[in-house]
Design a protein. Structure first.
Length: 214
């Protein structure tokens, strides 16, 4: 009896060693099939789990969050227009100007270029600088269509939205009593446009943009 039992045990051990499968576990073929099925499901679901060493699962590292070059678009603007609008607001704050100044600057840039940093087809060097299109009005450049020939700055400077905005506010600050003027009058005093009343129509949208970005 004892010999028979020992023989059975040895036979079972031999069977396990030969098959490589523990009693009660799935055969190798089934185990591979299950593993493949799980991996397929993870892939289809966009799983954030990667297969680690020795068959263990571990969370895959998340990619580093990189801030956008431009903020999200707001108030119907493109991302580029939104970024330029944010420059106007930021420069006004750095210069410790009231929100009214930012509003004047916003309305002006909306009328002149609709918040686009424009190069000029007549100035080839401006086309090689970052821009959002090109105009052909005299030698006007940038957000505020400022002109080098009128002392606003060099081509490279006027194509820099931050420089152009500082130049606009510098000129506005020199206007005595600009704070008591209407918004469009303050803009016109700086710009000396052929269409002095054109700025006023942009006030409602300019207010929405500033509210969305502050």
């Amino acid at each position: 009896m004892i010999g028979t039992m020992i023989g059975c045990v040895l036979g079972l051990v031999a069977a396990v060693l030969i098959s490589g499968v523990l009693p009660g576990g799935p055969p190798p073929e089934r185990e591979l099939a299950i593993s493949a099925e799980l991996e397929a499901r993870e892939s289809a679901a966009g799983s954030n789990v990667s297969r680690g060493s020795r068959g263990k699962d571990r969370s895959a590292p998340k990619p580093n969050a990189t801030p956008s070059a431009a903020p999200r678009s707001v108030a119907g603007l493109s991302r580029a227009q939104t970024a330029n609008a944010l420059v106007i607001i930021t420069v006004a704050r750095k210069r410790k100007l009231p929100e009214r100044a930012a509003l004047v600057g916003m309305m002006t840039a909306m009328q002149e270029t609709y918040l686009r940093n424009l190069a000029n087809d007549r100035i080839p060097s401006s086309l090689a600088l970052p821009n959002e299109g090109a105009g052909r009005d005299f030698d006007s450049l940038g957000l505020f269509q400022q002109r080098s020939s009128q002392g606003w700055g060099s081509t490279a400077e006027l194509m820099d939205p931050e420089y152009a905005t500082n130049a606009f506010f510098r000129s506005l600050e020199r206007v005595e009593g600009w704070e008591r003027m209407s918004l469009s009058q303050a803009a016109q005093t700086v710009q000396k446009s052929a269409f002095p009343d054109a700025y006023a129509k942009h006030e409602p949208q300019a207010r929405k943009i500033i509210a969305a970005l502050t």
